[in-house]
Write a protein that binds this ligand. Structure first.
Ligand code: HEC
Length: 163
């Protein structure tokens, strides 16, 4: 039994020590003019899904619950948010060139249809973020409509340039 006691103490000491390594958990300022809402036509039902299921990792409006303060959880969460924002940020959408935005829209539908997003690990503590079949359909219908809208806008733009 003595050995178990020492293992227990060892684990507590290690957990206490690793708290020193504190990853960056910040939310950069949101420039309203750069958000997806300001630069795409997002219906409220689509916006609601993004806010509920994606914003924590793909925007500058991440919510950081208390357990994201505690290592090693803090390390994983901060890493997901950093990578998530780099891949896709609803707060930086306006800075994406049209080709990139079009590709990201395609990816959004693909990722949710395949069940790869939201990340599995996130759903353990955020069961409300799970997407229903209806949610997935709503998102994919919208990404298709938005891509078509962007393509038409581009054509209009090119035609105007010819004149
Ligand atoms: C817990 C954090 C987290 C949540 C929540 C989350 N994502 Fe992600 N997402 C990531 C990370 C990390 C990556 C990059 C690594 C990867 O692809 O696994 C990523 C990558 C992506 C990509 C890939 C971009 C590309 O061009 O390859 C898309 C698209 C995406 N996510 C869409 C979504 C959508 C839509 C939602 C909500 C329905 C969502 N994600 C929810 C963390 C998250």
């Amino acid at each position: 039994m003595k050995i178990l006691k020492w293992i227990g103490i060892g684990i507590i000491v290690i957990l206490a020590c690793i708290q020193v390594v504190r990853p960056d958990r910040t939310n950069p300022a949101v420039d309203r003019g750069k958000t997806m809402q300001a630069n795409a036509q997002v219906p409220p039902e689509v916006q609601a899904i993004f806010e509920r299921s994606c914003y924590d990792c793909h925007s500058n409006q991440t919510k950081w619950p208390w357990y994201t303060n505690v290592a090693p959880v803090s390390w994983f969460v901060a890493d997901h948010v950093k990578d998530g924002r780099e891949e896709l940020s609803f707060s930086e959408w306006g800075a994406y060139p049209p080709k990139k935005a079009d590709h990201k829209l395609e990816e959004i539908c693909e990722m949710v249809e395949k069940g790869e997003m939201p990340l599995e690990s996130y759903l353990i503590l955020h069961s409300g973020a799970k997407l229903s079949e209806q949610d997935k359909q709503t998102l994919c219908n919208w990404t298709k409509a938005e891509r078509a809208r962007m393509a038409v806008a581009k054509l209009d733009h090119e035609n105007n340039d010819d004149k």
